[in-house]
Design a protein around this ligand. Structure first.
Ligand SMILES: NC(=O)c1ccc[n+]([C@@H]2O[C@H](COP(=O)([O-])OP(=O)(O)OC[C@H]3O[C@@H](n4cnc5c(N)ncnc54)[C@H](OP(=O)(O)O)[C@@H]3O)[C@@H](O)[C@H]2O)c1
Length: 292
């Protein structure tokens, strides 16, 4: 199988590139080589390479910046997804598109999770673009997989785990919310789950997050404890935090479709978090020290 990955310099895309390369032929154009906003470029690269599958990990992911940079967010997240879906349909290529827990409003009481067939009702402009990106895919191609995930961490790219380590290493105070709930999810595991879905030739929307859940404060404490780090922590509520983009309080997604089809390989969040920190913790601490 030949797989073309967009966004392969990002957090999820880089793990997809690494994991898929062990099994498939992988083409990973950079943004310069294939800007997904440019229809002509998308046609040219896909026609030239004729992949069997396109995995779209490219997106404008800065949730707060999306509030002010609306045109760019719309172009990359919605029009980019539409371009890829239309071109994939034309060349009979499957598309895997990555969406987000932020398509939901998070108003269900904890610990009630969101299911694949729950109605999206995004709070932020980023969430709106991700909800629209799903429609842009569904309306333009039949052979699609949409993955909704959230609270991602991985070795590449910016993420909460790196932020916590950096703050602690620098002896800075961590200001963390105690009332936003989600399931920390390793990008490496998501990549493996995508392979399972591809091998079984599945189509449709799939929630893909780790099993179990925590709040952000518990996540931060888990990272610090496991690495033997310490830092002063200021515990605040979502209301006190008040970032530019509104975020859902409840980010819990149930992998219902994966479970119905007996395809769920996602592990408990603590198991994956421990494995990730055992492999990369020392390196991340070293990098944080070097940067400070
Ligand atoms: N991070 C999370 O916690 C999270 C949660 C839920 C869902 N998601 C979704 O998961 C996916 C991957 O997220 P991530 O955190 O891995 O993203 P990321 O690290 O921010 O990487 C984004 C990637 O997209 C590329 N890109 C941006 N604009 C592009 C364009 N116009 N054309 C081609 N490539 C472009 C970037 O390339 P450059 O490096 O050249 O800029 C980068 O490789 C996204 O769809 C995101 O919405 C993420």
């Amino acid at each position: 199988m030949k797989v073309l990955i967009t966004g392969s310099t990002g957090m999820l895309g880089s793990d997809c590139k690494k994991v898929f390369s062990k099994k498939y032929e992988v083409i990973a154009p950079t943004r310069e080589e294939m800007d997904i906003r440019k229809w002509d470029k998308v046609i040219e690269v896909i026609q030239k390479n004729s992949p069997d599958v396109v995995v779209n990990c490219a997106a404008f992911t800065d949730v707060d910046a999306c509030e002010t940079e609306r045109k760019i967010a719309q172009k990359i997240n919605i029009e980019g997804a539409r371009n890829l879906a239309q071109v994939c349909a034309r060349f009979e290529c499957k598309i895997v598109h990555i969406s987000s827990d932020y398509v939901f409003d998070g108003k269900k009481p904890i610990p009630q999770p969101y299911f694949e067939d729950d109605e999206p009702n995004p709070l932020s402009f980023y969430g709106k673009t991700k909800a629209e990106s799903e429609k842009a895919v569904i309306n333009n191609i039949d052979d699609y997989i949409i993955i909704r995930t959230g609270w991602l961490y991985g070795i590449n790219g910016k993420n909460f785990v790196k932020w916590v380590i950096k703050k602690a290493v620098n002896g800075e105070k961590l200001t963390v919310v105690y009332d936003q709930y989600g399931s920390p999810t390793w990008t490496y595991r998501v990549a493996l789950q995508i392979i399972v879905l591809l091998e079984k030739k599945m189509t449709g929307i799939f929630h893909v997050t780790s099993e179990g859940y925590c709040n952000r404060l518990e996540w931060a404490e888990f990272i610090l404890n496991h690495l033997g780090l310490s830092a002063p922590i200021e515990k605040i509520s979502m209301k006190e935090w008040n970032p530019p983009a509104k975020r859902p309080v409840n980010c819990l997604l149930e992998n219902k479709e994966l479970k119905i089809h007996r395809l769920n390989i996602m592990r408990k969040w603590k198991e994956d978090m421990k494995e990730f920190l055992d492999i990369y913790g020392a390196r991340l601490i070293k990098e944080a020290k070097e940067e400070s």
